[in-house]
Design a protein around this ligand. Structure first.
Ligand SMILES: Nc1ncnc2c1ncn2[C@@H]1O[C@H](COP(=O)(O)OP(=O)(O)OP(=O)(O)O)[C@@H](O)[C@H]1O
Length: 307
């Protein structure tokens, strides 16, 4: 999954994007960069703003406050220039139910000069889609595979997948992710996908942005995320009813003598602070992306309440 070194302009550049639906703020000052050749995971709970952000990237929604550039272009002003280079799988996966699989492939093919017949056929076989099957009669998982096939087969420079695994069984999930990896492994290809399944993002992404309440609360290279967070269990000499406030600790869980912290900072940074308050570290490990996400969301909520 190693991405090529990225020195070129980002494929997606979002700056200060705010979107309101009536009184509801769906995106709040979002700024992010999706570098070329990387797999970028957008993670957040339902309603966090992932789909709204993707709809701006596709030019379906126009940036009122802030700006969105894809391949350096405004996707609203230049939809053909941008969308012809994107493969998109929507969360709803709204394909025409009356078409057969082979008709869907022929129909979609006509829009894309770069359509790769051999690759489309390879995907059709890998996804076990019968050419004569009616889309409307396919299972949800099969429809997702068909949607993914037509998103991938024109070999787009950028593939955008909104919750590709939503509602699918683990085997299909792996099929879908395998296909994503194949698509992006082609030189210089970029993938942006949203998910609330943190284990899935952890498996495939090079970079993640965590979104909560319309804000990007954290965005980083995945290896850096893992390196810069530790889960540390502290044993205190005295039993405590609440944990101490220690710099770098995002969240605490525990009771009495033992408390576990998700900590962001340099390795070993918590040790001296712990000993100053009569504790020693009795356990240490790398937290999962899931733990980091919830720690970050929790810390962001506390900061908002205090701010
Ligand atoms: N067209 C719309 N009209 C009104 N509110 C909207 C609209 N689209 C999104 N929202 C609201 O904006 C917020 C962000 O929604 P969005 O669909 O972007 O979240 P999401 O992270 O993609 O969640 P999900 O995975 O559930 O789709 C939510 O509170 C949602 O109800």
């Amino acid at each position: 999954m190693a991405a090529p070194a990225c020195t070129t302009a980002p494929v997606i550049a979002v700056d200060g994007l705010t979107r309101r639906f009536g009184p509801r703020v769906a995106l709040d000052g979002v700024t992010l960069r999706v570098p070329r050749g990387e797999v970028f995971g957008l993670v957040g709970a339902n309603g966090a703003g992932k789909t709204t952000l993707i709809r701006h990237v596709l030019g379906v929604l126009k940036a009122g406050v802030g700006s969105v550039r894809v391949f350096g272009r405004d996707p609203v002003a230049d939809p053909v220039g941008v969308l012809s280079r994107i493969g998109y799988l929507s969360e709803e996966n709204d394909l025409p139910g009356w078409m057969r699989v082979d008709e869907l492939i022929r129909y979609t093919r006509s829009f894309y000069p770069g359509w790769d017949d051999a690759y489309a056929e390879e995907l059709r076989r890998a996804f076990e889609l019968a050419p004569a099957a009616r889309i409307g009669h396919l299972s949800k998982g099969q429809r997702a595979r068909a949607g993914l096939l037509i998103a991938l087969a024109h070999r787009p420079e950028l593939i955008v997948l909104d919750e590709p695994s939503s509602g699918l069984d683990p085997v299909v999930r792996r099929d879908i992710l395998g296909a994503i990896i194949r698509a992006i492994a082609e030189e210089g290809r970029t993938a942006l996908f949203s998910s609330h399944l943190l284990d899935e993002v952890e498996r495939v992404a090079d970079r993640v942005a965590m979104i909560d309440g319309g804000r990007v609360i954290f965005s980083s290279d995945l290896d850096d995320v893992k390196q810069n967070h530790r889960s540390l269990t502290l044993r205190f000499a005295e039993a405590r009813t609440r944990p101490p406030a220690l710099a770098g600790v995002l969240t605490w869980a525990g009771t009495g003598h033992e408390w576990t912290a998700v900590y962001a900072g340099r390795p070993g940074g918590l040790a001296s602070a712990a000993s100053e308050c009569g504790a020693r570290i009795v356990g240490e490990r790398t937290p999962s992306l899931d733990e980091i996400f919830f720690a970050r969301v929790g810390a962001a909520c506390v900061a908002t309440e205090e701010g």
